[in-house]
Design a protein around this ligand. Structure first.
Ligand code: ATP
Ligand code: MG
Length: 451
């Protein structure tokens, strides 16, 4: 890549105002500058402020090396191996300070001290460079804008301003190479397109289907982080659709993809869509959501499929579900690493499902008092929507939550009054029994699963 002159957008020609930048980020920028270093706000901060949006966090780029940054701030910790970074802590706010990085060398499979490249993939990258170099190794043009604290101008090396105005997500450089260096950029393209309502430039989108499988050998912990950002940011349903469109869903959740591709599985798409829509609605209403419930839904088609295979092979229903749950969870773990605090409640939501079938008074009351009852019941409702459980069963449990002392007759039908009361009383009971962990959900997202 040849060095070209950057476009400098002066203060009066862009909308970024210091009033919108966090005091702590400004503190970091000013102190670096006072110590004689270059200091820029970069990435999401510049991008989002330019669009009149509130940034999630503020990142800083500088020519000071991490150790030099650490000397300027008492509240600083150096982190990362793949990328060494300085984190400056201000209570709950962390300002990430990154040193300008140089571009990767043209040839493959080299390890030159602080940079390790394996098969085109950047495994470690701690070779420092200039702002111009740093700009060109960022992912998308709109993420490569630098706000200069020295004169409040914005420095644009990659045509980011134009793409911001045009609503375009475009990789810097050769898309294939950039995905090869870091396949997670494929997911980031989708994420930013959804977050900003932008379109992915055709050249940036073109390699996605054929390169998608490279995600399969990304670290599962990193993919968990990305999956949360994709599915739990308020546009989860669109994320699911866009990931499927580009072939990116398959490497993330191969077992679900397989179950969805099977003949006669048409009802599973609306099932997953309903779960994601529900989560999206909760996010926009500022209600808590949990990955445990969401992943329970995303993986359920695979669990059901495996369960059916085991039953076919002669295993009894309940042990078949238990085994299918363990197997699917374990296999999925190699792609997206769900922490135990989510995977345990996820499996519980699954394995509680057969217990809804048994409506004998004592058993049903015991299930009602289960700490995970609410989440499991919400899940049952979701299943009924997809025809995977009967509406009559859901109605029975709705009524039973209102009147647990008198189990409703199995035929009792529509009760709009019971729906109105549902949750208030049933929830109170569950809470009384298990000391507070039980209830609190008001349908769908079931925040208590996993908290
Ligand atoms: P948000 O914080 O809103 O999710 P962001 O753009 O700040 O968006 P981060 O993941 O915080 O995204 O990364 C900060 C910046 O670091 C990005 O804007 C981009 O310039 C650069 N960056 C992050 N990840 C990569 C990557 N995988 N490849 C290249 N550059 C990256
Ligand atoms: Mg950020």
């Amino acid at each position: 890549m040849t060095e070209v002159e950057p476009t400098i957008i002066p203060r009066d020609a862009h909308p970024i105002s210091r009033r919108d930048i966090s005091d702590n980020a400004l503190k970091v920028l000013y102190r670096l500058r006072k110590a004689g270093y270059q200091a820029y706000m970069v990435g999401g901060g510049v991008r989002d402020l330019s669009l009149g949006r509130e940034p999630k966090d503020f990142d800083v780029a500088t020519d000071a090396h991490p150790e030099e940054v650490a000397q300027l701030f008492r509240n600083c910790r150096l982190i990362g191996r793949r990328f060494r970074l300085a984190h400056v802590h201000f209570g709950p706010e962390i300002i990430e300070v990154a040193t300008f990085r140089a571009l990767p060398p043209p040839d493959d499979d080299v390890a030159e001290g602080e940079r390790v490249i394996d098969n085109g993939r950047i495994v470690r990258d701690n070779v420092y460079g200039t702002l111009a170099e740093d700009a060109l190794r960022r992912d998308f043009t709109v993420n490569a804008l630098y706000y200069n604290i020295a004169d409040f101008s914005v420095v644009d090396h990659a045509g980011g301003m134009e793409d911001l105005q045009g609503g375009v997500i475009r990789l810097i450089g050769d898309p294939r190479e950039r995905y090869q260096e870091d396949p997670v950029r494929m997911l980031r393209a989708v994420r930013f397109a959804l977050k900003l309502g932008f379109r992915i430039h055709p050249e940036t989108a073109a390699p996605l289907p054929e390169m998608a499988s490279a995600l399969a050998d990304m670290p599962a912990a990193r993919l968990f982080d990305e999956a949360l950002k994709l599915f739990m940011a308020g546009t989860g349903l669109s994320a699911f659709e866009m990931l499927r469109h580009y072939g990116l869903f398959e490497p993330l959740m191969p077992l679900t993809a397989e179950a969805l591709a099977e003949e006669g599985s048409e009802d599973w798409i609306p099932f997953i869509a309903a779960a994601l829509r529900n989560t999206d609605e909760r996010v926009s209403a500022d209600k808590p959501v949990t990955p445990a419930f969401l992943f329970a839904a995303l993986l359920w088609p695979a669990v059901r499929r495996r369960e059916a295979e085991l039953v076919e092979a002669g295993e009894a229903q309940v042990p078949a579900l238990q085994r299918a749950s363990s197997e699917i969870q374990a296999l999925q773990q190699s792609r997206i690493a769900l922490p135990k605090r989510f995977s345990i409640p996820m499996r519980e939501v699954w394995t509680l499902q057969p217990r809804f079938e048994r409506r004998g008074g004592k058993r049903a009351r015991r299930l009602l008092g289960h700490p995970r009852f609410r989440a499991a019941y919400d899940f049952l409702e979701l299943r009924a929507q997809a025809g995977d459980a009967s509406q009559e069963l859901v109605q029975w449990w709705r009524d039973f939550q209102d009147q647990p002392e008198k189990p409703p007759s199995q035929k009792k039908g529509s009760g709009s009054s019971s729906r109105r009361r549902r949750g208030s009383r049933g929830r109170g009971r569950a809470r009384a029994k298990d000391g507070g962990e039980g209830g609190a959900g008001d349908g769908g997202g079931s925040p208590e699963a996993g908290s």
